[in-house]
Ligand binder design. Sequence first.
Ligand code: C2E
Ligand code: MG
Ligand code: MG
Length: 629
Amino acid sequence: MPDPALHPTLQRQLKRVGLLPSARDAAAALPALLERVSRCYIEADQDRYLLERSQEVASREMSELHAQLAASQARLASLLSLSSDWIWEQDASLRFTYVSAHTNEVGRDLATLLSGKHALLDLEAVSEADAKQFQALVAARSPFRNFVCGLGQPGGRPYYLRVSGEPVFVGDEFRGYRGVGSDVTQATQAEQRVQQLARYDALTGVANRGMFLQQLEHALARARQTDTSLSVFFIDLDRFKAINDTLGHDAGDELLKVVAARLTSLLRGADIVGRLGGDEFVVLLDGNPDSTMLTRVAGRVLSELAEPLRLAGRPVQVSASVGISRFPGDGTDAATLLKCADTAMYLAKARGKNNFQFFTPQLADQTARHLALEGELRQAIQHDELLLHYQPKFDVRTGALLGMEALVRWQHPQRGLLAPGEFIALAEESGLVVPMGRWVLEAACEQLRVWRDAGLDPPRCSVNVSVRQFAHPALLDEVRNALIAAALDAGALEIEVTESVLMADPERAQQSLKRLHALGVQIAIDDFGTGYSSLAYLKRFPAQTLKIDRTFVDGLPLDRDDVAITRAVISLAHSLDMRVVAEGVETESQLGFLADAGCDEAQGYLLGRPMTPELLADLLRGQGERRAA
Ligand code: C2E
Ligand code: MG
Ligand code: MG
């Protein structure tokens, strides 16, 4: 029965916790109740204590973790400051938001350069392929590794960086990139230098042979696909050796650099300049050039290279010979096109240098013939197929025989007797002129000996010496030996050197002539009037005779220019104490004019053609008889 004195709710509560509902019962249950309440308090105290303890532990652990984190950050910072690597972060618009500070100068520089200024994609990839790959990775928000890029600094040093990065996502949201980078400037520059050396000519900076051929092959492949044409220029300087020899190799190098720069400045972007070696340059003209355009470019190449310049403090002017080949007409591969342009260049040389020539199939035939002829000429020297004819020189007034000139001929087994015009240039080009010239010297001296031994009194004999032979250090010994072998005194011999040979390198020519003259040999300057002699040099050359070139004698006595030139040469020679010989005298009127003008000697078909030694012996006998009579 519920106790009516207790509140019904209390009664319900008491009942729920198992207490008796009556007041008596409640009083009886109070101690137990109090004990339970008190136990509750005790338990609550224990819980609070435990809670406080665990809070204490958590806070201690927290500060330990903080300390560990700080230590690890310090360790990382100290390691980073030792390396050239740095850490960076970017926001979602790919702007640098953080670049780790650096203690070294490069690092600090980089940090300032990168901070906020350069978006990741502004970095320039070193290669185009790298750039594409990198951009694709960034666009796909993918990680990238070891991307090398350049960071140009206006007015300052260029930097090359290697960067690796990871995208940062929070959930699905892209928040930017974070990564590492390092300065690889030195290594990249060293690598670029190696690449440069492997592909470009170290002296001039233009493509080397390998690189040029490779580019030519690429251009050919494109031209084949697009059905277009291209062209190769082969450019050879005309007097490079002379410049190298007179002004020194440094000046020669300087000239090559100027030539490379001038050629480069003439061309458009797709065209390529290369140096094959020595003074040989090549140019690839891409983009379907037609003949008109090629002619125009070739003309510009010639005029640009002919611009005067100063080398070793001296004014110098050079010229070049240019050969041109075309794809697809002349050849379809790089090697053939280069060979055709080279062949055409030789034609330009043969046509007087300082000009350009297009390759033609006839030219190929001619080159083949030349090659064959060169082989035959080599044989001819060994097999005694060469012989000498002698052309007399006479006193203009008395008609007395004063001298003769040995002129080489080639008794070709199939083609008959060949004049020097058919093989001297080839001999010169191939260097065969040196052994050939030695043979001529020996044969002429021997012939003088034969005539003398036959009781004849041959006058002085002159021998022509060519460019290469004149430049050859053995010339002096060869002259001396030929004289000794034939037991002749040096006065029996005269050396004819053309004016253009002397002017190719006047300083050196002067030295060579002095040595020859010291030997006792006479010197004549041949073909005078064709080689632009400087009068200053003429005075310094120890020559005794000037030979007026046939082209001036031709127009005498009517052509006013020829008359004026001949008179001037005679008076110039006499004022320098030299004798004058007129070459190519064919008519009495020419001879009459020369006699009046005071010319000393004459040589020409009118007075005597080049003749065999036998005919010359007859002439000598005739002269002897005339003198005796
Ligand atoms: P060069 O030394 O000026 O010789 C004169 C050339 O003119 C010779 O031609 C001669 O035959 C030719 N000639 C002489 N009189 C007349 C004339 O009245 N009318 C015409 N139209 N021509 C005349 P060649 O023998 O054909 O020699 C040509 C050139 O070849 C020579 O010119 C010389 O430079 C060179 N040469 C000849 N023999 C030798 C040689 O043994 N060694 C070298 N290095 N060159 C040589
Ligand atoms: Mg001559
Ligand atoms: Mg001559």
